[in-house]
Every structure is written in structure tokens, then in C-alpha cells.
Ligand binder design. Structure first.
Ligand code: C2E
Ligand code: CA
Ligand code: CA
Ligand code: CA
Length: 273
């Protein structure tokens, strides 16, 4: 019984969890080896609120899983983080996005960066190399990072951030409002842009929600930051955001994320109209 009790914490359930985790790591490794077929970037247009023009796109990762079909990042980014594969995956994303961006000379391309990537010592050099290999101006690239990423290991991350910005790459604070800090922390983040989270855009039809978004916009503007609102689904939200002085919008109202070819088509349509 002694020997038994030593192992009793290892239940069949946990065994299954470990196995399924190992399978998802293995699948992800296979996807990276077969990236041309299994991985793909979709792009969601970002529009200027003043003149309505498309000014940028956000790259959003998709995975054509051989058994499970099309998967969004919610289904695998965490397992990429846990397995350590996020660095290779993130580099693939950046390289692909920078390559695609060359066909859209007027657009800024925004790429999501995970906390692990940002903490990695090689990150800044990797970004510099990917840009120079593709011949893309750093000013065309924006990196989106969450508050969690910016808070973690402050010293190194702060150094990486200032080096990236010195190169001319813009940095955006993603999902603003969902993290730990209060409004007044806006000025403490060394970023160029704030992305207002969808959960706030969703409630601008309430007095409290409207007041909150208005406060975020005015505080950010007072600190010289650009603002993009995410998850804009309704015309009323769009109008509200323009009225309070938000700079850019992104959301299903304008377009869902689409394949690169469709972005090119949208830009062509714009030229001929
Ligand atoms: P995010 O960076 O906040 O990206 C916006 C998410 O909102 C996307 O989900 C997008 O499809 C969705 N969205 C856009 N407009 C609307 C709208 O009007 N309404 C609603 N309800 N949703 C909208 P997606 O593509 O599933 O990505 C989920 C998250 O996965 C992203 O959230 C980002 O945090 C992460 N992610 C995506 N691509 C990458 C990547 O290449 N690397 C890393 N590290 N994370 C990524
Ligand atoms: Ca993002
Ligand atoms: Ca976001
Ligand atoms: Ca989000």
C-alpha cells in the first residue's frame, strides 16, 4: 500500500490530460514543419475614423488542423506558449506578415507578440533581421502586446521596447482595459498606441460605458498616444468613437479578418473607384 499511495495522485484523468497535451504539442510541431499548408495569416482591416480609409491591417493566425479543421488562435496559442513553440511560431508569423506587407505599400501591418517572445533575448535581433531580409521599412510594422507582457520582467522588456521603438517600429498596447492597471497608468506605458478592448466598445451605448471610453480617449490623447478601437460591430459605436476623438477602428462592421488576397482586392477596388 505504501507504493500505491505514492502514485495515487496520478489519476487516469491526469494521464489523459498529459497525453492530450503531448498530442497538441506534437501536432503543433508538425504544423510548423508543414507551415506552408497548415498555417495561414488572415488580415483584418483597420480604418481611419476621419476619412474612412484603410490605413492598416492586423495579422491574425489561423491553423488548418489535419483532423480538426480550421482553428483560431484561442484553440492553440496557449499550448504554443506552454510547449515553448511560441517563439518559432511567432517568428513564422512575423516573417509571413512582413512578406505580405510588401504588396501593400500604404498599409501598416500589426503583428501580435506573446509575453514569452518579448522576454526572449533574441527577439529584437530577430525582428531586425526579418525586416532587413524582406526590405520592409520598420515604420510599416507595429507590434501589439498586452499589459501582462509589458508588466512581466520589466527591465528586459522595457529595454527591448525602447530598442524596437528606436528602430522606428511602433508598439501598441493590446486589449487595453482588460489588465490590472487603472486608467491613470496610460501614461506609464512606453507605447505609441492604445487598442481599446472590444468589451468597452460593446458598452458605449450605456452611460457608464460611454463615460469610460471617453475618459480613455482623452487621457490617451493628452499623452500623445494614438487610439484604435477593436470589435466595432455597430454603426452607433462607430459614430460614438469618431465623435469622442478615437483615431482608428477595427471590427466586423468594417470587415472580418480575411486572407491576404482579399486585402489586395480591397486596395485595388479603392484605386479604381
Ligand atoms: P486580439 O489581438 O484581440 O485580436 C482581435 C480578435 O477579435 C480576433 O480574434 C478577431 O478575429 C476578433 N474580432 C475582430 N473584430 C471583431 C468584432 O467586431 N467582433 C468580435 N466579436 N470579434 C472581433 P482571433 O483572430 O480569434 O484572435 C484571438 C486572439 O489570438 C487575438 O486577440 C490575439 O491575442 C491572439 N493572436 C492572434 N494571432 C496571433 C499571433 O500571430 N500571435 C500571438 N501571440 N497571438 C495571436
Ligand atoms: Ca491584437
Ligand atoms: Ca485586442
Ligand atoms: Ca483580445
Amino acid at each position: 500500500t505504501e507504493g500505491r499511495s505514492r502514485y495515487c495522485f496520478f489519476t487516469p484523468d491526469m494521464d489523459r490530460d498529459v497525453r492530450s497535451r503531448e498530442k497538441s504539442y506534437r501536432d503543433l510541431r508538425l504544423a510548423l514543419a508543414d507551415c506552408d499548408r497548415q498555417l495561414m495569416l488572415y488580415y483584418q482591416p483597420i480604418h481611419d475614423l476621419n476619412d474612412g480609409r484603410m490605413v492598416g491591417v492586423e495579422a491574425l493566425l489561423r491553423w488548418w488542423h489535419p483532423e480538426r479543421g480550421l482553428m483560431g488562435p484561442a484553440g492553440f496559442i496557449r499550448s504554443a506558449e506552454e510547449s515553448g513553440l511560441i517563439e518559432v511560431l511567432g517568428e513564422w508569423v512575423l516573417r509571413q506578415a512582413v512578406r505580405d506587407a510588401r504588396q501593400w505599400p500604404d498599409l501598416r501591418v500589426a503583428v501580435n507578440v506573446s509575453p514569452t517572445q518579448l522576454r526572449s533575448r533574441q527577439f529584437v535581433d530577430m525582428v531586425r533581421q526579418v525586416l532587413s531580409e524582406a526590405g520592409l521599412a520598420p515604420q510599416r510594422l507595429e507590434l501589439e502586446m498586452t499589459e501582462t507582457a509589458l508588466m512581466a520582467a520589466s527591465g528586459e522588456v522595457a529595454r527591448a521596447l525602447s530598442e524596437l521603438r528606436r528602430m522606428g517600429i511602433a508598439c501598441a498596447l493590446d486589449d487595453f482595459g482588460t489588465g490590472y492597471s487603472s486608467l491613470s497608468h496610460i501614461r506609464d506605458f512606453a507605447v505609441d498606441r492604445i487598442k481599446i478592448d472590444r468589451s468597452f466598445v460593446n458598452v458605449v451605448d450605456t452611460d457608464a460605458g460611454a463615460a469610460l471610453v471617453e475618459a480613455i480617449v482623452s487621457l490617451a490623447r493628452a499623452n500623445g498616444l494614438c487610439l484604435t478601437a477593436e470589435g466595432v460591430e455597430a454603426q452607433e459605436q462607430h459614430e460614438f468613437l469618431r465623435r469622442v476623438g478615437c483615431h482608428e477602428v477595427q471590427g466586423y462592421l468594417l470587415s472580418p479578418p480575411v486572407p491576404a488576397s482579399q486585402i489586395s482586392r480591397m486596395l485595388q477596388g479603392r484605386e479604381t473607384h
